[in-house]
Design a protein around this ligand. Structure first.
Ligand SMILES: Nc1ncnc2c1ncn2[C@@H]1O[C@H](COP(=O)(O)OS(=O)(=O)O)[C@@H](OP(=O)(O)O)[C@H]1O
Ligand SMILES: [Mg+2]
Ligand SMILES: [Mg+2]
Ligand SMILES: [Mg+2]
Length: 451
């Protein structure tokens, strides 16, 4: 079989036509140069040996990468690959549901016991991702902690809601082949959908492996037509080892991030759909210890895109002067004290207005260099949940940033559902220098605060 771009691309999920040149193939390759991204070198090597081609590396660094890749296959490759595809599918699902929520306002938003909102999208994403992980890795090998449960869906008067969830899940899973995943042979029934949701009943802890999923983070933003995220992470022996964040409404012009509430209207009126797939939304991801974080466009946003999807690296901002830094925080005052962060901003000499954005999109904004600081100080007694942070933490760290609690201690994902022991609040920043300044500012003002 001749080695050419399409035959190799068919075997190597992340190959694209726009990466860095790392190899010349000789003697029989078709086309003079091949372009490849670096996040999957091990697969790449497998393909080369299958084809029995010789290759010459273009730089010393590439030769080193190739040797490393050949001797040490990338850990969590398969998990990352499935997780990225599943989050891509979840983003497609969410966009469909958000469009229908906004155009119809037909009451598909429910309230949970704590009065927080939940929608068809939250349950449907949880069922879909749970089903896809079980399909890919075997149900008994997959443990998941996720936000939603089936209680409300199982109530006697919830048959309409359950039917909407079942439809939404099946509509999404029918698209699985386009994302390179296997869907069900026939549409799932209500009991299978409920089973997939309630399979997410892991309690986490310090040993073993489990996934953590926030099917829709920032549900309030979601129902308001604004920012939200789909967050999936894998935790092994208490450490987040990979994270994937889908941010379907993230504008490629970062100034639009702060246009919340009016965002949806503006983005749909001012930017007609074009062939440019980067106008809005992406999936960002990283594997612990890789030193790289990636971002790829949403597949469904551009019907012309098929898997393998292309990715590009993301990096935190190099700004370390607070005067030029942008800080982001939750939109809702109830979720984080705006007055305390305003005081910190003043003390540190931050000049810019806070960027208030719903959901873990804030983590994505730091990872891709659109903001430098994220601060969250929840009211005393509120316990942060692991699914609200796990994916964002590993992505920021691999993009070059720092995430700790507001005392400077790492977040502890080994204690079950909650980030037990979290001190004061959460700080993420683009680098150690900025980070230290924030922790010092918190130290200086904590005792006089009412938190
Ligand atoms: N009282 C209180 N204090 C602190 N945090 C809370 C609180 N209530 C909820 N939550 C969690 O906040 C998640 C959304 O967080 P955000 O940072 O995006 O806040 S905001 O929506 O921008 O205000 C939100 O996630 P989702 O439920 O997935 O939307 C909640 O897990
Ligand atoms: Mg959440
Ligand atoms: Mg949620
Ligand atoms: Mg919620």
């Amino acid at each position: 079989m001749p080695l050419n771009c399409s035959s190799l691309a068919a075997r190597v999920p992340h190959v694209s036509g726009s990466g860095r040149v790392i190899n010349k193939f000789t003697p029989n390759h078709v086309g003079s140069l091949f372009f490849i991204h670096h996040q999957n070198p091990s697969k790449y090597i497998v393909s080369l040996s299958n084809f029995n081609q010789s290759c010459s590396s273009s730089t010393m660094e590439d030769q080193r990468n190739l040797r490393v890749a050949a001797s040490e296959p990338e850990k969590y490759y398969k998990e990352l690959d499935v997780a990225v595809r599943a989050v891509q599918m979840a983003c497609a699902l969410c966009q469909r549901v958000q469009d229908s929520l906004i155009s119809k306002t037909n009451g598909q938003v429910q309230s949970k016991d704590d009065n927080s909102p939940v929608t068809v999208a939250d349950w449907s994403v949880q069922a879909t991702v749970s089903w896809l992980l079980s399909k890919s890795f075997g149900r008994k090998n997959v443990s998941i902690i996720a936000e939603e449960d089936v209680q409300k869906l199982s109530e006697a008067d919830a048959s309409g809601l359950l039917a909407a969830v079942v439809n939404t899940v099946n509509e999404c899973l029918a698209e699985a082949p386009r994302f390179g995943l296997e869907g069900p042979n026939m549409a799932l029934g209500a009991s299978e959908v409920l089973e997939a949701i309630s399979h997410c009943n892991s309690t986490g802890g310090p040993t073993g492996r489990f996934w953590t999923l926030d099917p829709v983070d920032g549900t309030l933003g979601f129902v308001r037509g604004d920012q939200y995220a789909v967050a999936l992470a894998l935790i092994e022996d208490g450490e987040v080892v990979l994270g994937v964040l889908g941010c379907p409404n993230y504008p490629m012009r970062k100034e639009w991030l702060s246009y919340h509430h009016r965002y949806h209207r503006i983005i749909t009126k001012l930017t007609p759909p074009t062939s440019e797939s980067w106008d809005k939304g992406f999936v960002t991801y990283a594997t612990k210890g890789s030193g790289k974080a990636w971002m790829q466009p949403l597949l469904h946003a551009n019907k012309k895109l098929v898997w393998p999807n292309s990715a590009r690296p993301v990096q935190v901002s190099s700004i370390d002067d607070p005067a030029s830094a942008t800080f982001c925080e939750p939109v809702e005052k109830a979720n984080s004290s705006h007055s305390f962060t305003a005081g910190l901003a003043h003390t540190m000499g931050l000049r810019k207005q806070p960027l208030r954005v719903y959901s873990m999109v804030k983590y994505a904004a730091i990872a891709r260099g659109d903001a430098e600081i994220f601060m969250k100080f929840a009211r005393a007694g509120y316990k942060e949940k692991i699914w609200d942070h796990a994916a964002g933490v590993v992505i920021i760290e691999e993009a070059g940033g720092v995430v700790t609690d507001a005392r400077g201690h790492p977040l502890d994902f080994s204690k079950g559902i909650y980030l037990e022991g979290l001190d004061r609040g959460i700080i993420a920043s683009a680098g150690a220098k900025l980070h230290e300044k924030i922790i010092s500012a918190v130290d200086a003002s904590w005792d006089s605060s009412s938190l």
